[in-house]
Write a protein that binds this ligand. Structure first.
Ligand SMILES: [Zn+2]
Length: 421
């Protein structure tokens, strides 16, 4: 194979001629010239033989490392007038528009960001975490297909915080595929309205079920006439269980405060109880199981609240028929209402208020285990996004990890890239 052809393969830049290779202590720079006559717009499929002017733009892209060296490709690009996008620097098949990296480099970074922790990614690819965020945004903009909102029937609308201090994202999940198909910054009624605007009336009318939390913001949007007129609105059971966990947390804190008022020695016996109470009994370590037995012997409010939380989790475990679930849920409400534990009494009231929605979710088989598994994945990935400065970057990472995108590493790419002919 000729050297120039080999370099072209390596750079994934068809139709380029290598003019110069220079190497420094940490970087190899390959200067190429494009041979093709036609100029292509970087943002659409428009191409033309006409240049805008004789000026050339000095462009450079970082490519996949060559051994221990950074590899940078340089080229002088021409300018084109696209009828849609105006005067632009011509696009090249090997890089996305406005990017200082090649596609191969960006695809690798996006793949790593969904699978590896922040410091490992930064150390391996030697770019700032903010740059990783911007890269994720470019890859998502490029890879997310417009058809992802087609044919939806059962969806879940949920919120997740991507940074401390009320930085929230609203995410829409396709319950059938288990993928997140839409997302936006914010968590209010207007955010939810934006989803329906993107969906349009026709696709909105095809929705048969929508699961959501019990907060008023989304419910207000769902109540609007053009928004999913045929859909049954369900309450996601995972939110019910989450509220029971919150109620237990409140009781535990009350008990802790009372014990501390009695004396620090008394409070010590309650130490470590927090995690023991919140964890599922099957997942406790031996020491934690011993703490749990101690709490049971002590009895009292915390133990009763714990019993209520676990009983509610059992109701939604997914192994009961809808009629059994209904019966157990109603019985649970009676028990919680009589518990004399204020947070549990309040929760019983909330569940009674949303009873129809909760039971609709059970009847329609909106799979709680699957929703929870996805929620856990989203939580894990949003924690990684805490280092990003923008909600768009955080959302891009969520879509890369949980959306309908198949990320491929450079050597796995099979599709023909735009303008590659
Ligand atoms: Zn264009």
């Amino acid at each position: 194979m000729r050297v120039a052809a080999a370099c072209n393969r390596l750079l994934a830049l068809p139709g380029a001629t290598v003019r110069e290779v220079s190497s420094g202590p940490a970087q190899i720079t390959v200067t190429v010239a494009l041979r093709r006559r036609r100029l292509a717009c970087a943002d659409c499929s428009y191409s033309s033989r006409a240049r805008y002017d004789t000026r050339t733009m000095d462009s450079r892209w970082r490519h996949l490392d060559l051994g221990r060296w950074r590899l940078v490709i340089k080229a002088n690009l021409r300018r084109i007038v696209c009828p849609t996008h105006g005067v632009r620097t011509e696009g090249v098949p090997s890089a996305r528009a406005e990017s200082g990296f090649t596609r191969d480099f960006e695809d690798l970074v996006a793949w790593l960001a969904t699978r590896m922790d922040k410091s490992a990614v930064r150390r391996l690819v030697r770019v700032a975490w903010q740059t990783v965020g911007a890269t994720c945004q470019r890859v998502v903009a490029d890879e997310l297909g417009p058809g992802r909102l087609d044919g939806l029937s059962e969806v879940g609308i949920d919120e997740v915080s991507w940074r401390k201090g009320h930085r929230d994202l609203t995410l829409v999940t396709d319950h059938r595929s288990g993928k997140i198909v839409w997302g936006s910054e914010g968590k209010d009624t207007a955010t939810c309205d934006r989803f329906f605007a993107d969906l349009g009336e026709q696709r909105s009318a095809q929705l048969t079920a929508i699961s959501t939390d019990m907060g008023p913001a989304f419910l207000k949007s769902l109540a609007k006439p053009a928004h999913a007129p045929r859909a049954t609105v369900c309450t996601d059971p995972s939110h019910v269980v989450a509220l029971a966990t919150d109620a237990l947390g409140q009781v535990r804190r009350q008990v802790w405060d009372q014990l501390r008022a009695v004396g620090p020695d008394k409070a010590k016996t309650f130490k470590g109880a927090r995690w023991v109470l919140l964890k599922r009994p099957g997942r406790l370590s031996e020491a934690q199981a011993a703490t749990l037995r101690k709490l049971r012997r002590q009895g009292g409010a915390a133990w009763r609240a714990y019993g209520l939380k676990e009983a509610l989790r059992e109701v939604f475990a997914g192994d009961l028929t809808p009629s059994q679930t209904t019966e157990l849920l109603d019985r649970w409400c009676v028990k919680a209402a009589r518990s004399r534990l204020e947070p549990s009494v309040t929760l019983a009231g909330t569940i009674r208020k949303h009873r129809d929605g909760i039971l609709a979710a059970i009847r329609l088989g909106i799979n709680n285990a699957r929703v929870e598994a996805l929620n856990n994945k989203v939580r894990l990935i949003t924690r990684r996004a805490y280092g990003f400065h923008s909600a768009q970057a955080a959302l891009a990472l969520v879509m890369l990890a949980c959306g309908p995108i198949t990320l491929r590493l450079p050597h796995e790419q099979t599709h023909v890239r735009p303008h590659s002919a």
